[in-house]
Write a protein that binds this ligand. Structure first.
Ligand code: BG6
Length: 511
């Protein structure tokens, strides 16, 4: 049953920034095309740039490079129907200011367009402004829910470490209740990440095997072929662990580790995810941290005859930076289901390809009947491809035709794209619509974020100032420092879905 989306106003703080034009407006446009916007719906951009409503419409809709090509074949009236929903309010020189004028503008739009007093505030600003904006909204009563609901969406990073993450939560909760706060993690909006829940809990063939009795280890790879691009300034203060691991990857881990929820209500699912995150064994000693974590940074190389810059040469990056662009972590979940099953998770930039996948490695059969079959070193695998080529792959043994019992690996492969008639929603589109409908299932709750920080915090501290900490250099275009293979017990290597692009797969210690 399609849920009803109530009339509402979306106020975007930081509306002149890149995210609004690149992600938010295209997501809204998709909802417009799919007729999923509510009957009465208005967007009010707010930021420090001086712009008229029409200038804002041109910038984010009519002349936007992210939308323009898609508008070409559409009728003017239809496009106007979309762009007329956009308005703009200049907040002056500082976000931290009295919001009397903003309140008046919101009231006027609400009355004129019959928005029923429902408002989402989307904070697409630097995180340092989250609490001041929430405070200023509350000061003029814009958080009050007597006449229509009010929701606040915040983007990661949700803090810089455990302490600041907790401070941010407490700070926002002074002005908005937890139920009003929606922390967006765009990985949760990806169809295949949600499919982890369905694979596990809507089938009877995987869940009975989903435990220490049958699973040998779990491997998650998140690789990007790009470097830090224009975000060197931000990234250099963040690094792979904060940028990807603390949020996106631990969210994926929580969906793999969690127990079956009693139902699909947001709190049922989120409660289980928190329990899963809290079960991750926190590494406390230098020895544990040393033995189970590896960090690296890409160095200059040549890929297909082209020179690729090293991280320290990127714009906005300190030339002696010790920020990691590669992080690989081995850890355990201390609970009944996962006792002694290692999890290996890595994330990095400037890898040979862009891929995110979860690999469940099953144990080999308890008793080998087919001696010399050649299969004993090849485990059964369930590979959940989150991107690209979204789908699920099962690797299992089949008999090689002919005499004897030689065994080969065969693939059972499902591609989402084969569901030709199904439109796969973009992550932001799905998440925005969920928030418009008040569904917080795919948003991170305060205690989830804090549990994730609790796990990550000691690693960050160790990498900052621990004993024997190393930063390994890896050539841009290879699968990270070679010694990361040493993390993997038993088989001793990561599953690399493609070959290295640069010739030099070696590694060196760079600090
Ligand atoms: C963002 C990170 O959250 O996710 C970026 O800040 C990263 O550094 C991006 O590139 C990756 O997202 P996706 O959806 O392209 O895998």
């Amino acid at each position: 049953m399609t849920k009803k989306t109530e009339n509402q106003l979306l106020v975007i703080f930081g509306a002149s920034g890149d995210l609004t034009a690149r992600k938010l407006v295209p997501a809204l446009f998709n909802l417009y095309l799919a007729r999923q916007l509510p009957e009465n719906f208005i967007v009010l951009g707010a930021s420090r740039s001086d712009m008229t409503d029409n200038e804002f419409r041109s910038r984010v809709v009519l002349e936007s490079r992210y939308l323009k090509p898609r508008l070409e074949d559409l009728k003017d009236n239809y496009i106007k129907g979309f762009s007329d929903k956009f308005f703009y309010e200049d907040l002056g020189s500082d976000y931290n200011t009295h919001y009397g004028r903003l309140q008046k503008r919101i009231d006027d739009l609400n009355n004129k367009y019959h928005l029923d007093g429902n408002v989402i505030y989307y904070l697409s600003t630097p995180p340092t402004l989250y609490e001041p904006i929430a405070k200023r909204l509350a000061e003029v009563g814009l958080n009050q829910q007597e006449n229509g609901w009010k929701r606040l969406i915040v983007e990661k990073p949700f803090g810089y470490d455990l302490e600041s993450g907790m401070q941010l939560n407490r700070g926002l909760q002074q002005y908005f209740s937890e139920g009003q706060i929606f922390r967006i993690d765009h990985y949760l909006g990806k169809e295949t990440v949600q499919n982890l829940l369905v694979t596990r809990f809507a089938n009877s063939i995987f869940e009975p095997l989903w435990n220490r009795n049958y699973i040998n280890h779990v491997e998650i790879t998140n690789a990007e072929s790009v470097g830090v691009e224009k975000r060197g300034g931000y990234y250099d203060k963040s690094g792979a662990l904060r940028d990807m691991f603390q949020n996106h990857l631990l969210q994926i881990v929580s969906l793999i580790v969690m127990e079956p929820p009693i139902g699909d209500a947001p709190e049922d699912i989120r409660n289980e995810k928190v329990k899963a995150l809290k079960s991750l064994r926190i590494m406390r000693t230098d020895k544990e941290l040393h033995d189970n974590t590896i960090r690296g940074q890409y160095v200059a190389s040549e890929v297909s005859g082209e020179k690729v810059k090293g991280y320290r040469e990127e714009d906005g990056v300190d030339s002696s930076s010790t920020t990691e662009t590669y992080a690989a972590i081995k850890f355990f979940a201390d609970n009944w289901r996962w006792k002694d099953v290692p999890f290996y998770v890595r994330t990095a930039k400037r890898m040979p390809t862009k891929v995110t996948e979860v690999v469940i490695h099953f144990k080999s059969p308890h008793h080998h009947i087919f001696q010399n079959s050649g299969v004993n070193n090849k485990d059964n695998k369930l590979i959940i491809r989150i991107q690209p080529d979204e789908g699920v792959l099962i690797k299992f043994g089949v008999k090689v035709p002919g005499q004897g019992f030689k065994v080969e690996r065969a693939n059972l492969d499902f591609y989402y794209s084969s569901l030709a008639k199904t439109r796969v929603m973009e992550a932001y589109e799905r998440l925005l619509l969920d928030c418009m409908q008040g569904d917080a299932t795919l948003y991170a709750r305060a205690d989830e974020v804090e549990a994730a920080w609790e796990f990550v915090d000691p690693i960050l501290k160790y990498w900052e100032s621990g004993k024997d900490v190393r930063m390994y250099g890896y050539a841009a275009g290879v699968w990270g420092p070679e010694n990361a293979d040493e993390l993997i017990d038993g088989i001793g290597y990561w599953r690399n879905p493609s070959s290295n692009l640069a010739d030099d797969p070696g590694y060196c210690v760079i600090c």
